[in-house]
Design a binder for this molecule. Structure first.
Ligand code: GUN
Length: 284
């Protein structure tokens, strides 16, 4: 079988168009959703991501504020900025780009963001809401993965999903979302002893390990849906995922490419979360 390609770029573009239409209507009733993005330091990848987020906000008509702070910013300065944004009525979403420089405590910083403005869904209150199945803001990349699976028309109910990776940003939340869709979910990680055996039973694979071309076609069940969250740059400059695309596409039924798969969905879901946060804040 040669897999059908899940075109994340195209699906994300449809989401963004839809958001823009909703923003146009909201603006007529006097509400402009606003997102503040904070970048500390000069990490090259983070600079690119933050630039893309800023551009996407402007495109859909959001109010956008970007704070590019020097590497030596202190924890107190960063927390003071977050406090100011927490009470700023123009701002409905706050995102602190990770990773932070080593002298800053990521957990303390995330906990300082108002859960209502936590458009990354990283605050323990939002993570807990996802865990117990209550309403809250859901992390963008996992939300994008589910959106892509649904776009294929694949029904997750009762199917076996294997998540590879257990990070708080992707692995754990995507596993909870798959469970909420009634899939039977297994989380594999670096200590898993029988990864290939697990993967060969998977109707859906979500790969989020950060190892280039780690999952190969011989580990993929015929006809499965393969979602590749990895973005790895090889020494020759080429971007590849955690899944070896060429061999996996011969086994899978559906597969996301890298680039142009999950990546564009992360930003689309960030816009969606900001819109949701703005509507929630206005409603109560
Ligand atoms: N760094 C890598 N991915 C993410 C993300 O989804 N959100 C934030 N804030 N930082 C990141």
């Amino acid at each position: 079988m040669t897999a059908k390609i899940i075109n994340g770029k195209e699906i994300a573009s449809t989401v963004r168009k839809n958001i823009k239409e909703q923003v146009d209507r909201l603006k007529e009733s006097g509400l402009t959703p606003g997102l503040a993005v904070i970048l500390v330091g000069t990490d090259p990848a983070s600079q690119v991501y933050v630039g893309s987020k800023e551009k996407a906000c402007i495109e859909v008509g959001f109010h956008s504020e970007v704070y590019r702070l020097p590497e030596e910013t202190t924890q107190e300065e960063l927390l003071a900025l977050i406090q100011k944004l927490n009470t700023d009525e123009k701002i409905h979403g706050i995102l602190v780009q990770l990773p932070l420089p080593k002298h800053l405590d990521e957990k303390v910083v995330i906990n300082a963001i108002s859960p209502r403005k936590d458009v990354d869904g990283f605050h323990p209150l939002n993570a807990g809401a996802l865990f117990v199945g209550e309403k809250g803001l859901v992390p963008c990349t996992p939300k994008g993965c589910i959106h892509l699976i649904k776009e294929t028309g694949f029904d997750l109910k009762g199917k076996k999903a294997v998540v590879v990776g257990r990070s708080n940003i992707v692995g754990k939340p995507v596993a909870m979302l798959l469970l909420n869709e009634n899939a039977t979910v297994t989380i594999c990680h670096s200590r898993t002893q029988n990864l290939k055996e697990e993967l060969l039973q998977a109707d859906v694979v979500v790969a989020a390990v950060g190892k280039p071309n780690f999952i190969t076609g011989d580990m993929i069940k015929e006809g499965s849906v393969v979602i590749d969250v990895g973005i790895n740059r090889l020494e020759n400059g080429k971007l590849v995922g955690d899944v070896d695309f060429d061999s996996a596409k011969e086994k899978a039924g559906w597969i996301t490419p890298v680039p142009g798969g999950v990546g564009p969905m992360t930003i689309a879901m960030l816009l969606q979360n900001t819109l949701e946060a703005a509507q929630n804040i206005m409603e109560n």
